[in-house]
Design a protein around this ligand. Structure first.
Ligand code: MIC
Ligand code: SF4
Length: 633
């Protein structure tokens, strides 16, 4: 795929920009590249602020737009100011598909893939299956876009979208505005989908005009005969949906709020200690207008606190202008920054064992910063009703649904976006490199045989949060691979890094959907630094699989899932992986030297992937390619 636009954020951006520098070209070769600062703005010491300055200087030097800290969350901002129907976008963040709400073809990827796209090279993915999601009817009062995507998750689960694109169509689409479509596209990521896409219609046109970007609009819809080409069609009647909730600890565990709120009967209800509203899923003006009007005239319940992270300054400016901000403040909400905040464990960690009800997209164990907290994912309506009542509440119990008025023109104020410098000035910019920004490690070519011990054996649905924990402590180490590698598998086995180094590396064994969740390539890069040679699992999540390849960790699968049971931690394994062996997908054998047994392995690697692995990773491969192109003029 040719890539028109890229986005990076600070947490994945430092490494992505270091990699772009290592590729060695003077300026980005895309139509538009934006560097956002939105994930970690805690600045408890110099590290984080240094990273921001580094990113501001690389944006200046290499021709990117730069969105300053406090301006908003990358996906919300990109939707408002840059995303356009028909454009391709890749971003070093798994929720990049948010822009599918406006009809862009937007994919989350590892930072290195984004760096390579910034260098103008094509992005490769396995051609996805297309699943049609047909929407009919119209949402009832108190039910909103979050419930639509929770319903999709209820039907297909957290791996139902792997290798697929979800294409929305049908008469229900026109009843949803662009931010609502974006909420749905955003959380399609939780199904494992490559992306989600909506048509670009009159509703899209009106949104772009309201953002003073009417000229970016083009009409786009699925071909008339597209339905016959879908591998599957999911039909959702919007009028039948009710408020839903994803219960701990997976976005795929979806239940009706009514059922959880009262334990199925008329129980006392689920007491809640925190409500958090925001994140790239639910931080648009529409969402906060609803919340503000639900909270109007109320005080939040004594037993909880309420945090608010608006998605952008545009949202805040509107809430101030319309005085709806007053309702939030008066009700007792803690107004936090326009950043990811609590969603990535940066502040507002719940108290011990607390129940936290959030409008976010992920509720993996420990992600909030509190290992034993219980996170429930809901719509803004459910969150606001819960904040008032103090227990998880079906908002339909509140009575009349507040009417909200959306502006026909948004307040446009791009003064926190620094435009790309012209090439001549840009060339003179000096890059600011903080002392915590360590050089990228160099990795050798792939050996012919992998040999070593099983360092860890894991179950199904291991997330990249499990591999590299979220939170401010690790976020400020994202530009320091030796430093961050000390946190690998921290919550599962804190001894892992020491053991891996002591044993000279080895293997990881996993179950289904290994590496689901975030796009952070540190989940491959840091294990690689510790010497992990191959990861052998039942199945992989898409972005993590690409990241393993990019950093030269061989991703292998059990041919027979039952063989998973024949390997234990500390077993010594040997696998021959010369080019010929890798090319013959069915010829790979794993010798278990400890047990004296042999099992068959397979993989999903294309010839292209094999070349990258053999070159010792994508960075070396790209540099080789650019050298060859250069020598041909
Ligand atoms: C997330 O939601 O987990 C993040 C933080 O946005 C990540 C990116 C990262 O780890 O920096 C993502 O979703 O890709
Ligand atoms: Fe930020 Fe959370 Fe969205 Fe990730 S999921 S981009 S951490 S708001």
């Amino acid at each position: 795929m040719k890539i028109d636009q890229t986005l990076t954020q600070d947490a994945t951006g430092t490494i992505a920009h270091l990699q772009f520098e290592a590729i060695g070209i003077p300026r980005v070769r895309t139509e538009l590249s934006v560097s956002y600062i939105d994930h970690n703005t805690l600045q408890t010491d110099f590290k984080n602020s240094d990273d921001h300055r580094y990113l501001q200087s690389t944006a200046k030097r290499y021709g990117l737009f730069f969105s300053r800290p406090g301006n908003g969350i990358c996906h919300q901002l990109h939707l408002e100011r840059f995303a356009s129907p028909g454009k391709t976008l890749i971003g070093s963040d798994s929720h990049t598909p948010t822009a599918g709400g406006i009809g862009a073809f937007a994919i989350g990827a590892g930072g290195l893939d984004v760096a390579v796209a910034m260098a103008g090279m094509p992005y490769r993915i396995k051609y996805p299956e297309i699943v049609g999601v047909k929407l009919t009817g119209k949402l009832c009062d108190w039910v909103s876009a979050k419930d639509v995507i929770l319903e999709v998750l209820r039907r297909i689960g957290v791996k139902g979208g792997v290798g697929k694109v979800l294409e929305y169509f049908g008469p229900g689409v026109k009843t949803l505005n662009v931010p609502e479509r974006a909420t749905i596209a955003n959380m399609g990521t939780e199904t494992g989908a490559t992306t989600s896409v909506f048509p670009s219609d009159e509703v899209t046109k009106a949104f772009l005009e309201a953002q003073a970007r009417g000229s970016d609009w083009i009409p786009l819809e699925a071909d008339k005969d597209a339905e016959s080409g879908y591998s599957k069609i999911i039909v959702i009647d919007l009028s039948e949906l009710e408020p839903l909730v994803a219960i701990p600890h997976s976005p795929g565990k979806v239940k009706p709020v009514r059922e959880i709120a009262t334990g199925g009967g008329n129980g006392p209800g689920l007491a809640v200690q925190q409500v958090a509203i925001g994140s790239c899923t639910n931080s648009s003006l529409r969402d906060f207008k609803i919340v503000a009007n639900i909270l109007k005239g109320h005080t939040i319940a004594d037993n909880l606190h309420l945090t608010i992270n608006p998605g952008s300054r545009q949202v805040v400016e509107h809430l101030i202008e319309s005085k709806e901000m007053q309702y939030l403040v008066a009700a007792g909400a803690r107004i936090l920054e326009n950043t990811c905040g609590p969603c990535i464990g940066v502040g507002a960690a719940p108290s011990s064992g607390a129940v936290s009800v959030r409008t976010f997209n992920r509720n993996f164990k420990g992600r909030s910063g509190t290992e034993d907290a219980e996170i429930y994912l809901v719509s803004p309506e459910v969150a606001a009703a819960t904040a008032i009542k103090g227990v998880l509440t079906d908002p339909r119990d509140l009575g009349d649904y507040p009417a909200i008025e959306m502006p026909s023109r948004f307040i446009i104020n791009d003064n926190m976006i620094i435009r790309p410098y012209p090439p001549r000035e840009a060339a003179k910019v000096e890059i600011f490199r903080g002392r915590n920004i360590k050089p990228l490690p160099d990795f050798p070519l792939l050996p012919d045989t992998l040999e070593g011990e099983v360092l860890l054996k894991l179950g199904d649905n291991i997330t990249t949060d499990d591999i590299i924990p979220a939170g401010a402590k690790t976020l400020s180490m994202r530009s320091n691979i030796p430093g961050i590698s000390e946190f690998v598998f921290n919550a599962i086995d804190p001894e892992f890094p020491r053991r891996a180094l002591e044993k000279g590396g080895g293997f990881i064994i996993g179950g289904e959907n290994y590496g689901q969740g975030s796009s952070r390539e540190h989940a491959a890069l840091a294990p690689k630094y510790l010497g992990v040679k191959a990861v052998i699992v039942k199945s992989f999540a898409r972005i993590h699989l690409a990241n393993l390849i990019n950093f030269g960790i061989v991703p292998l699968r059990f041919k027979n899932h039952a063989d998973y049971d024949c390997i234990d931690i500390a077993d010594r394994l040997k696998i021959a992986i010369k080019r010929e062996e890798l090319q013959d997908r069915n010829g790979l054998r794993l010798i278990n030297l400890t047990k004296g047994s042999e099992i068959e392995l397979t993989h999903d690697l294309s010839m292209h992937d094999i070349e990258i692995l053999i070159a010792g990773g994508k960075l070396s491969w790209v540099r080789q390619r650019l050298r060859v192109q250069g020598s041909h003029g």
